[in-house]
Design a protein around this ligand. Structure first.
Ligand SMILES: [Zn+2]
Length: 515
């Protein structure tokens, strides 16, 4: 019995050994090596980033490389490839390979039997804008989609980025995860969606005091931050961020970085960072709140759009527009939550909240485009009309403004239908838990509507008509749920003698929740 057992054990061991080898081989095939990017800036004044790409594990006679034609968060097309200079390819031994430009954003390398290709190129970076790349004597800002090529069909491959710092610079700010081994300032992205979602700022940067929310570190790093009370700013920002995390009650990243890229406009959200123009904060209350609302907006996107997202918005196609009808939720509700976060953190009074929402309603109702374009159409057509179109020529609307108003209406409606037991927060929390946490995907338009109707406990046909048609909004009814009405100038004012439910809804809706 013993011998027989030993023989069986040896056979089993050898079978297990073969299985382990097969498993290791399969794992190696399933998990290809990272595409390794190295960025350097030997002469920053030239505005040229120098990029080297090492891409292993390629099969076939040729390999194609492409530049993205857009970057997530900015719903418009860019010609990033037009800034590429002197693109050349070699094999891993340095032997030159033939490169042909086969499209506006595509190159094909005739690599023969070589499994590895090394590309080198420069990128002219002259646009100091959050969705572009910029380099000068003072700093470099990288929108990864403007600098890094991808291999079609291999977007799930990991990537690394090594930043070779110019000697006069000391800092790198990015949401990418640092790699402990290997060259200094090497960062890792699990795939190209993470890579293209992680802007990089280099230069002599200032890091403001790190603050924690639910034990998770948040930092603000930037270039020429300006002259302001840093301690007060961080206290304000911390309170606003905390109000944002309370909506779903979960912090979904290991660290979060606000990256201040200098003066400018715009701002783009990312899964664990945001790139924002920043040159200080005003000393007056209105100016301070404008900056805090802007930062609250970009921050809240780490939930709404990066994780609570329409199904079209990730995984992404970098070769064409990624069209959705739902930017009125992704952008508009984020505007609505900017104001709620400022109120909940005590940075706005209830009266200031009403004023901000009244101004947003006025922006919608004073725009003749409201009779022409619905919120859904505005979202769908943004790729042609430009992401920041705000009612051009009376034919279009802004899904930021209309979406914020729709967020307000939906919030008050759900509170009314549920006797203030549920709210728009319930919708955000359910979408986050069900589609992001459990299913790991975005939601369809029908799934979104179903979650809203479940929260309200009733059909919301009339509400969704406000999103998908140009039908006039019944403000009297919806604002009335909170004991409010809009006056002739769209200012929100209290109704006399509110019912107990109206008073309860108003109190719950405008409560401060962060100490
Ligand atoms: Zn936004």
């Amino acid at each position: 019995m013993r011998n027989a057992l030993e023989t069986a054990a040896r056979r089993l061991a050898s079978v297990v050994g073969v299985i382990l080898v097969l498993a290791a081989t399969a794992a190696a095939q399933a998990r290809p090596s990272p595409v390794a990017f190295t960025v350097s800036t030997p002469d920053p004044a030239s505005h040229l980033f120098h990029v080297r790409v090492q891409c292993d594990g390629l099969s076939g006679e040729t390999a194609e490389f492409r530049m993205p034609v857009w970057t997530p968060g900015y719903y418009g097309l860019f010609d990033y490839a037009a800034n590429v200079r002197n693109l050349a390819a070699t094999d891993s031994a340095g032997r030159p390979l033939e490169v042909t430009k086969t499209g506006a954003s595509a190159w094909v390398v005739r690599k023969g039997p070589a499994a590895s290709v090394v590309l080198t190129y420069q990128v002219l970076a002259t646009s100091p804008f959050v969705a572009s790349a910029f380099l000068d004597d003072m700093r470099g800002y990288i929108t990864p989609g403007a600098l890094f090529v991808y291999v079609p069909g291999q977007l799930r491959r990991p990537a690394t980025v090594t930043v070779e710092l110019h000697p006069k610079w000391s800092g790198v700010a990015t949401g990418l995860e640092p790699v402990r081994k290997g060259p200094p300032r090497t960062y890792r992205a699990a795939d190209f969606d993470v890579l293209y979602d992680s802007p990089i700022l280099i230069g002599n940067l200032e890091t403001l005091p790190v603050f924690e929310v639910k034990g998770v570190p948040h930092r603000f790093v930037g270039y020429q931050l300006g002259d302001f009370d840093r301690a007060q700013f961080i206290a304000d920002l911390r309170a606003v961020v905390e109000a944002g995390t309370q909506v779903v009650g979960d912090v979904p990243y290991k660290e979060y970085t606000f990256i201040g890229i200098g003066p400018g406009r715009g701002g783009i959200e990312h899964a664990n960072s945001t790139a924002v123009p920043f040159s200080g904060i005003a000393t007056d209350r209105a100016g301070r709140n404008r900056t805090l609302a802007f930062l609250a907006h970009e921050y809240f996107h780490s939930y709404n759009v990066k994780r609570i997202r329409p199904i079209a918005l990730g995984p992404f196609d970098y070769d064409r527009p990624n069209v959705t009808d739902m930017l009125w939720v992704s952008e508009g509700f984020t505007v609505y939550y900017e104001y709620l976060m400022l109120r909940r953190s005590g940075r706005m009074t209830p009266q200031e909240l009403l004023e901000a929402l009244g101004r947003t309603i006025a922006a919608v109702e004073n725009n003749p485009g409201r009779l022409v374009q619905s919120a859904a159409a505005s979202s769908r057509e943004t790729w042609a009309q430009g992401p920041f179109a705000r009612g051009g020529a009376g034919q279009t609307i802004s899904y930021y403004d209309k979406g914020a108003v729709l967020g307000l209406l939906l919030d008050l409606r759900i509170r009314h239908e549920t006797k203030n037991r549920k709210s728009l927060d319930t919708v955000m929390r359910t979408l986050y838990r069900k589609y992001y946490k459990e299913l790991g995907r975005g939601w369809t338009d029908a799934e979104f509507r179903s979650v809203c109707e479940q929260a309200a406990g009733t059909t919301l046909a009339d509400f969704f008509a406000y999103a998908t048609t140009t039908q006039a909004i019944d403000y009297e009814r919806y604002l009335g749920y909170a004991g409010l009405k809009a006056d002739q100038a769209w200012k929100l004012v209290p109704l006399p003698g509110p019912t107990p439910l109206q008073a309860q809804i108003f109190a719950g809706w405008t409560a401060a929740t962060v100490r």
